[in-house]
Write a protein that binds this ligand. Structure first.
Ligand SMILES: Nc1nc2c(ncn2[C@@H]2O[C@H](COP(=O)(O)OP(=O)(O)OP(=O)(O)O)[C@@H](O)[C@H]2O)c(=O)[nH]1
Ligand SMILES: [Mg+2]
Length: 285
């Protein structure tokens, strides 16, 4: 990926990259944050180029390695060849995209990615959320790659321990979080556990969002995005009250609601825009 998205620097929003090894939960996290099932999720490794999400009328483009852009029908995503595709540029009406762009990346060891991809891409990122699955959290290969990212990312980024629901009991959960904090805590702004599938299943329920770790994730994003200094003015997300997980980037729905953008989560919205693209093939574990 050698170009900047979007091309108009005045419209630039903070860029949040969802990173990690194969099947770590990056696309599940993207769908949770977007409030809609957009990124393909499957048990085995997904053969997809990076998907760059921006706020806009729903639609997608395939951007080739030669820079060409072609419209991409929703059902074609899984057929896109990563070898000659720089990225899928997906525009969606999702609340979080008012505050930042989200980039759902392939696994960090994906052989389809050009050798210089990460060197070219990482300097364009403002904040990363690195997903590491609880049952094999923070492997040497992950540490080796993260140590090579631009150090300014270390103090802004989040290490997210996914699949925490796969740990048997509170003691095992606490143990894995403590170990990862000890090993990697200094290289991240924070380390948080989450059950992504649990949060998706109960995303209309505040207690579930709190129990699964999704509420803590949203609180992290609120504070982290607020602290970023974007290159162009954007409406920074701001918690409604101290400690609240609400991301507020526009007026809340009130009088005349329905036309105003509704702003998210505490509750990570399940709202779909009427013409949002249909779900690509999804297979949940
Ligand atoms: N139980 C459980 N399963 C999860 C969690 N997060 C993701 N999964 C499952 O893990 C599998 C892989 O998830 P994806 O979101 O596709 O992972 P990914 O990192 O995008 O994978 P690639 O794009 O192929 O590198 C899917 O079957 C998800 O349902 C979690 O927190 N708990
Ligand atoms: Mg994925």
């Amino acid at each position: 990926m050698t170009d900047d998205r979007p091309t108009d620097p005045g419209a630039r929003k903070p860029r949040v990259a969802l990173m990690g090894e194969f099947s770590a939960g990056k696309s599940t996290l993207a769908n949770l944050l977007l409030g809609q099932n957009s990124s393909p999720v499957q048990v085995t490794a997904t053969q997809l180029p990076p998907v760059w999400y921006q706020l806009g009328a729903p639609g997608a483009q395939r951007v080739g390695t030669d820079g060409s852009a072609t419209p991409l029908p929703a059902e074609d995503w899984t057929a896109v060849s990563p070898e000659d595709t720089r990225m899928i540029l997906a525009r969606l009406d999702a609340d979080i995209l008012q505050a930042c762009d989200l980039i759902d990346l392939p696994g960090t060891s994906d052989p389809n990615m050009a050798p210089d991809f990460w060197d070219a891409f990482l300097p364009k990122v403002d904040l990363a959320i690195w997903c590491t699955p609880a049952n094999q959290a923070w492997r040497q290969s992950e540490a080796a790659l993260w140590e090579q990212v631009p150090p300014q990312l270390w103090t802004k980024s989040l290490l997210l321990i996914t699949r925490i629901d796969k740990m048997q009991g509170e003691r095992d959960r606490a143990r894995v979080v403590a170990r990862v904090r000890a090993e990697a805590g200094a290289l991240f702004r924070d380390v948080l556990p989450i059950s992504l599938t649990g949060a998706l299943a109960g995303r209309d329920n505040d207690e579930v969002l709190e129990a699964t770790g999704a509420a803590a994730l949203v609180r992290f994003l609120c504070h982290a995005l607020e602290g970023l200094e974007p290159p162009a003015p954007v409406q920074a997300p701001r918690p409604a009250t101290p400690g609240s997980a609400t991301i507020r980037t526009a007026p809340p729905p009130s009088a005349g609601a329905g036309t105003e953008p509704r702003i998210v989560p505490r509750r990570i919205t399940r709202r779909k825009s009427p013409d949002a693209r249909p779900r690509p093939e999804h297979r949940q574990a």
